[in-house]
Design a protein around this ligand. Structure first.
Ligand SMILES: [Zn+2]
Ligand SMILES: [Zn+2]
Length: 144
Protein backbone atom coordinates (compact mmCIF):
# COMPACT_ATOMS: atom_id res chain seq x y z
CA UNK A 1 0.00 0.00 0.00
CA UNK A 2 2.68 2.47 1.02
CA UNK A 3 4.62 1.47 -2.01
CA UNK A 4 1.70 2.27 -4.29
CA UNK A 5 1.28 5.70 -2.73
CA UNK A 6 4.98 6.42 -3.10
CA UNK A 7 4.86 5.45 -6.78
CA UNK A 8 1.90 7.67 -7.36
CA UNK A 9 3.53 10.58 -5.57
CA UNK A 10 6.60 10.07 -7.69
CA UNK A 11 4.72 10.00 -10.94
CA UNK A 12 2.80 13.16 -10.07
CA UNK A 13 6.06 14.94 -9.28
CA UNK A 14 7.53 13.68 -12.55
CA UNK A 15 4.48 14.88 -14.48
CA UNK A 16 4.69 18.36 -13.02
CA UNK A 17 8.43 18.56 -13.66
CA UNK A 18 8.05 17.30 -17.21
CA UNK A 19 5.84 20.30 -17.95
CA UNK A 20 8.44 22.62 -16.54
CA UNK A 21 6.53 23.40 -13.37
CA UNK A 22 8.29 23.98 -10.12
CA UNK A 23 6.78 21.47 -7.69
CA UNK A 24 5.22 23.22 -4.72
CA UNK A 25 3.17 21.48 -2.01
CA UNK A 26 0.11 23.39 -3.19
CA UNK A 27 0.47 22.47 -6.86
CA UNK A 28 1.11 18.90 -5.88
CA UNK A 29 -1.92 18.75 -3.59
CA UNK A 30 -4.23 20.38 -6.11
CA UNK A 31 -3.15 18.17 -8.98
CA UNK A 32 -3.17 14.97 -6.91
CA UNK A 33 -6.67 15.78 -5.72
CA UNK A 34 -7.97 16.53 -9.21
CA UNK A 35 -6.40 13.36 -10.61
CA UNK A 36 -8.45 11.23 -8.28
CA UNK A 37 -11.86 12.71 -8.81
CA UNK A 38 -14.13 13.16 -11.77
CA UNK A 39 -16.71 15.57 -10.38
CA UNK A 40 -15.24 18.78 -11.82
CA UNK A 41 -14.93 20.77 -8.59
CA UNK A 42 -14.93 24.54 -8.27
CA UNK A 43 -12.05 26.30 -6.54
CA UNK A 44 -14.26 26.59 -3.44
CA UNK A 45 -14.84 22.84 -3.37
CA UNK A 46 -11.15 22.14 -3.82
CA UNK A 47 -10.33 24.54 -1.03
CA UNK A 48 -12.84 22.85 1.25
CA UNK A 49 -11.69 19.32 0.43
CA UNK A 50 -7.96 19.99 0.59
CA UNK A 51 -8.26 21.69 3.94
CA UNK A 52 -10.08 18.77 5.46
CA UNK A 53 -6.90 16.74 5.64
CA UNK A 54 -4.54 19.50 6.60
CA UNK A 55 -4.77 23.26 6.31
CA UNK A 56 -2.52 23.63 3.29
CA UNK A 57 -3.45 26.88 1.67
CA UNK A 58 -5.70 29.79 1.08
CA UNK A 59 -8.24 29.84 -1.69
CA UNK A 60 -6.12 32.26 -3.66
CA UNK A 61 -3.11 29.92 -3.47
CA UNK A 62 -5.24 27.09 -4.77
CA UNK A 63 -6.48 29.37 -7.51
CA UNK A 64 -2.97 30.31 -8.59
CA UNK A 65 -1.90 26.65 -8.50
CA UNK A 66 -4.85 25.88 -10.78
CA UNK A 67 -3.80 28.65 -13.15
CA UNK A 68 -0.27 27.25 -13.34
CA UNK A 69 -1.59 23.74 -13.99
CA UNK A 70 -3.96 25.04 -16.68
CA UNK A 71 -1.20 27.00 -18.38
CA UNK A 72 0.90 23.88 -18.90
CA UNK A 73 -2.09 21.85 -20.04
CA UNK A 74 -2.39 19.42 -17.13
CA UNK A 75 -5.73 20.76 -16.00
CA UNK A 76 -8.48 22.45 -17.91
CA UNK A 77 -11.27 24.79 -17.03
CA UNK A 78 -14.77 23.59 -17.65
CA UNK A 79 -17.53 26.17 -17.98
CA UNK A 80 -20.91 24.53 -17.83
CA UNK A 81 -22.88 27.03 -15.80
CA UNK A 82 -22.61 30.71 -16.36
CA UNK A 83 -19.98 32.29 -14.17
CA UNK A 84 -18.91 29.04 -12.52
CA UNK A 85 -15.47 27.76 -13.35
CA UNK A 86 -14.81 24.10 -12.69
CA UNK A 87 -11.60 22.14 -13.04
CA UNK A 88 -10.86 18.86 -14.74
CA UNK A 89 -7.64 16.84 -14.82
CA UNK A 90 -9.01 14.92 -17.77
CA UNK A 91 -7.53 17.00 -20.57
CA UNK A 92 -8.32 14.55 -23.35
CA UNK A 93 -11.21 15.67 -25.58
CA UNK A 94 -14.49 14.62 -24.03
CA UNK A 95 -18.07 15.74 -23.54
CA UNK A 96 -20.04 16.36 -20.37
CA UNK A 97 -23.35 15.40 -18.90
CA UNK A 98 -24.93 17.69 -16.36
CA UNK A 99 -27.78 16.61 -14.11
CA UNK A 100 -30.44 19.30 -13.90
CA UNK A 101 -31.66 17.95 -10.60
CA UNK A 102 -28.54 17.48 -8.43
CA UNK A 103 -25.99 19.32 -10.55
CA UNK A 104 -23.73 16.31 -10.93
CA UNK A 105 -21.33 16.51 -13.86
CA UNK A 106 -19.98 13.43 -15.55
CA UNK A 107 -17.55 12.90 -18.37
CA UNK A 108 -18.80 11.38 -21.58
CA UNK A 109 -16.15 9.70 -23.68
CA UNK A 110 -15.57 11.34 -27.03
CA UNK A 111 -16.51 8.17 -28.89
CA UNK A 112 -19.82 7.81 -27.10
CA UNK A 113 -21.33 10.53 -29.28
CA UNK A 114 -21.36 10.58 -33.07
CA UNK A 115 -19.18 13.18 -34.77
CA UNK A 116 -20.90 16.42 -35.69
CA UNK A 117 -20.80 17.23 -39.38
CA UNK A 118 -19.40 20.75 -39.75
CA UNK A 119 -19.33 20.82 -43.53
CA UNK A 120 -22.30 23.12 -44.01
CA UNK A 121 -20.70 25.69 -41.70
CA UNK A 122 -17.49 25.81 -43.60
CA UNK A 123 -18.07 29.05 -45.43
CA UNK A 124 -19.05 30.98 -42.33
CA UNK A 125 -16.80 29.72 -39.58
CA UNK A 126 -13.43 28.26 -39.19
CA UNK A 127 -14.15 25.66 -36.55
CA UNK A 128 -11.21 24.43 -34.51
CA UNK A 129 -13.12 22.20 -32.13
CA UNK A 130 -16.26 21.59 -30.20
CA UNK A 131 -17.58 19.76 -27.21
CA UNK A 132 -21.09 18.87 -26.21
CA UNK A 133 -22.89 19.29 -22.90
CA UNK A 134 -25.87 17.01 -22.41
CA UNK A 135 -28.52 17.90 -19.86
CA UNK A 136 -31.00 15.70 -18.08
CA UNK A 137 -31.24 13.47 -15.05
CA UNK A 138 -28.43 11.33 -13.71
CA UNK A 139 -29.04 7.71 -12.75
CA UNK A 140 -29.70 8.55 -9.10
CA UNK A 141 -32.17 11.32 -9.80
CA UNK A 142 -33.92 9.33 -12.51
CA UNK A 143 -34.58 6.43 -10.14
CA UNK A 144 -35.94 8.65 -7.40
ZN1 LIG B 1 -28.71 13.98 -10.38
ZN1 LIG C 1 -14.68 16.49 -17.84
Amino acid sequence: MERVIADRTDSIIQTLKARGLRVTPQRFAVYANLMHRADHPTVEQLFHDLNQNAPISSQSTIYSSLQALCEVGLVREVLLDEGVCRYDANVAPHHHFRCQCCGKIEDILWNELPDIDMNHLRSRFQVSGYEVTLYGLCEKCRDR
